[in-house]
Design a protein around this ligand. Structure first.
Ligand code: HEC
Ligand code: HEC
Length: 359
């Protein structure tokens, strides 16, 4: 392994063509139009990051963003890229509870999947950021993630053969600016959409493609309030942060850190359940290794907290008695079978999003 990875193993400046990305001759079509499978009423009602744009999306800028996303030279010691913590084979999340940033430092929270973020109003587990264009620069400068100064990065990229040409094709000028780096990265993230699932197929044909277990699991999901937070229409997430009763005394205060309001202690982003099969471990701190552990948590482990969401209480009252679902083993397994119909296997190997570097 180290033979191919010797650049990062030795933490040295990458040398010559070894570090060269390869891209196809023809410009890749990222289908920046709204995917057809998205139902019209969602297109109208869902927030779309593209509505914030002060610029046009282009396949060329997305391609540049993809190269930047995978380029370890964005970090101070050339060892960490965005993809170090957001791996395609894990639906752009990571398979460890906490990811290693620069100098082996661990992130305080679990890395997040980067799928369908175009339709997300707020970013991060505590929902502290709302603009993708602002967000994508944060890991680059973060001392524990990539630890690079943007002024230095602009100069470094300008001196790397090939980058000025990529910036020119993306933005019409070879000049490299912080705005263009952020725009290209944010455009790449917006392009990562995922609707190629059994669920999306099934919805159009009354789930005739589902097995009996998946059909039963769908009922478990929709009859046990899962869908009231992970809304069953298309995105399986919620816009506002919620307390799902993980801890009676949370050490990570979540959205409270943003709002300063005690009613927000323990509230976190209601993550999408799309591709959940691939994004273990689960929750903001990666505490659950398997979907069965998650299901068991909702079944019997929801903790009391003054901010516990009413949808997870017996009385349907904020801070009420934690709900006990009393699911049978069969129902738990069926529920997991249903969750797996939200998987988009094609996403994991889609060439459009692959690492363009030869390692
Ligand atoms: C060292 C690991 C690491 C690196 C490197 C990293 N990330 Fe992340 N990323 C995380 C973690 C951890 C979170 C969740 C942080 C939090 O909520 O406080 C996250 C969250 C995000 C989110 C928010 C997703 C959501 O659903 O709200 C986006 C977008 C993102 N990262 C993009 C990027 C981009 C672009 C890069 C490269 C410029 C990058 N990340 C580099 C670990 C990393
Ligand atoms: C009150 C709203 C609410 C309800 C109801 C709810 N969830 Fe969640 N869910 C959340 C929140 C919030 C998170 C993230 C919590 C965290 O990490 O702090 C989450 C996280 C998850 C995760 C892990 C996501 C990830 O990427 O790590 C899974 C899986 C999940 N829920 C499945 C379910 C299932 C199955 C049900 C029904 C039994 C359910 N949820 C009911 C709010 C809810």
């Amino acid at each position: 392994m180290c033979f191919f990875y010797f650049v990062s193993c030795q933490k040295e400046e990458p040398i010559g063509h070894e570090y060269k990305w390869s891209l196809p001759e023809e410009i890749i079509d990222y289908s920046i139009e709204t995917p057809e499978v998205l139902p019209d009423f969602l297109v109208d009602t869902y927030f779309d990051q593209n509505s914030l744009l002060g610029y046009e999306l282009s396949n060329e800028a997305i391609t540049l963003g993809r190269v930047l996303f995978y380029d370890q030279r964005l970090s101070a010691d050339n060892t960490i890229s965005c993809a170090s913590c957001h791996q395609q084979e894990n639906a752009f999340s990571s398979n460890v509870a906490f990811s290693e940033g620069i100098d082996g430092q661990l992130t305080p929270r679990n890395s997040m999947s980067l799928v369908n973020l175009r339709w997300n109003r707020f970013l991060f587990w505590d929902q502290r950021e709302s603009s993708l264009d602002v967000q994508v620069l944060q890991p680059i400068v973060h001392p524990e993630e990539m630890n690079t100064q943007l002024e230095d990065l602009v100069v470094e990229l300008a001196n790397i053969e090939g980058y000025p040409a990529l910036f020119e094709s993306a933005f019409g000028s070879p000049e490299i600016t912080e705005e263009n780096i952020s725009s290209a990265l944010a455009q790449f993230i917006r392009a990562i959409t995922s609707f190629d699932t059994k669920y999306d197929e099934g919805r159009l044909i009354d789930y005739a493609n589902y097995t009996d277990a998946e059909l039963r699991g769908k009922d478990v999901f929709f009859n046990n309030r899962c869908n009231q937070c992970h809304t069953g229409q298309s995105f399986f997430q919620a816009g506002d942060p919620r307390n799902n009763g993980l801890d009676s005394d949370p050490s990570d205060l979540g959205f409270y850190n943003v709002s300063g309001n005690e009613n927000d202690i323990g509230k976190f982003k209601t993550m999408t359940l799309r591709n959940i099969e691939y994004t273990a471990p689960y929750m903001h701190d990666g505490r659950f290794e398997t979907l069965m552990e998650v299901v068991e948590f909702y079944n019997s482990g929801v903790q009391a907290h003054p901010n516990l969401d009413d949808r997870l209480t017996e009385e349907i009252e904020i801070g009420g008695t934690p709900i006990r679902l009393n699911l049978s083993q069969q129902q738990k397994e069926d529920l997991i079978a249903f969750l797996k119909t939200l998987s988009d296997e094609h996403l994991l190997t889609d060439e459009k999003f692959e690492n363009p570097f030869p390692w």
